[in-house]
Design a protein around this ligand. Structure first.
Ligand SMILES: [Zn+2]
Length: 280
């Protein structure tokens, strides 16, 4: 049986920092994986000091598209679709007001484009975003809203009748950075006598838990290295000595070789907590 996964992301590099090991895992199993990236990431900061040069800043959209293509190939995506919206920038910054910014596009226009892709691909699993309470980037919040709306609209014959046969998405998940993950890796790093990159996160969590959430944990032992390699392909956006690489790969593999997903919506009985295709 052929299986398909469609992942919705806001910016180039989000596909590599959120759930990349899981997509790589399913790609290895023969699942068709389609990446939809809403914006070109034009408002991103160049976070790698070695890449902070004028010619990079001037051609950022083009360079980020190349980085995205390289990362998607490492992860194992079969197709990359860029919706071509402009990066809306961080909350309360100037790019928010740009007329081509993703947040300023009519909601139904973006929704129809996502619905068209969903109806064409007929995926068993769609990845969108959670509420993003801790990181309310406007483009991420919009992906959250769009993914929930697409779950309903793609199945509704009265919505966008020109955009393909209705498709009932069985399951919609969101990649999440769980409290369990943060606490486990934080404790592991301190136990090994290392500095933990999660010190401030732990303070901000202030006793929060994820126990109220419907979580699925995917074992990504075999693909952890590829997920990091994909992230490194975003050479302008990712500091090779920065946050994402501070927990050594062998520590992640030994203590938390999982990626976590929150079940946002489902039309099937998701019985298993270790498989996104559970119940299908
Ligand atoms: Zn992003």
């Amino acid at each position: 049986m052929s299986r398909t996964l469609v992942a919705l992301h806001a910016h180039p590099d989000d596909e590599s920092s959120k759930g990349a090991g899981t997509v790589a895992h399913y790609a290895d199993e023969g699942v068709r994986c389609v990446l939809v990236t809403a914006t070109g990431g034009e408002a991103g900061d160049i976070l790698n000091p070695a890449m902070n040069r004028p010619e990079v800043a001037e051609n950022l959209a083009e360079i980020r598209a190349e980085e995205l293509a390289a990362a998607a190939e490492i992860i194992g995506y079969d197709e990359v679709i860029m919706l071509g919206y402009r990066d809306s920038g961080m909350p309360d910054t100037e790019p928010n007001a740009h007329p081509e910014a993703f947040v300023n596009a009519p909601f139904d226009e973006a929704l129809e484009r996502v619905v068209t892709i969903v109806r064409r691909e007929r995926p068993e699993v769609v990845l969108g975003y959670d509420e993003h309470v801790r990181y309310p980037h406007p483009d991420h919040v919009r992906i959250h809203d769009l993914s929930l709306a697409a779950f309903e609209a793609a199945a509704d014959p009265e919505r966008f009748p020109e955009s393909g046969e209705p498709w009932e998405i069985p399951s919609l998940f969101a990649p999440v950075f769980t409290v369990r993950r943060i606490e486990t890796l934080h404790t592991a790093m301190l136990g090994l006598g290392h500095e933990s990159p999660f010190e401030q996160w732990i303070e901000r969590l202030d006793g929060a838990t994820d126990t109220d959430k419907n979580l699925v944990h995917i074992d990504v032992t075999a693909t952890l290295g590829r997920a990091r390699e994909a992230l490194r392909a975003h050479r302008t956006q990712v500091d090779p000595d920065g946050f994402w690489f501070q927990v050594p790969l062998d520590v992640v593999a030994a203590h938390y070789p999982f990626e976590d997903f929150e079940l946002m919506q489902s039309r099937v009985d998701v019985a298993s907590t270790d498989d996104l295709f559970s119940g299908i």
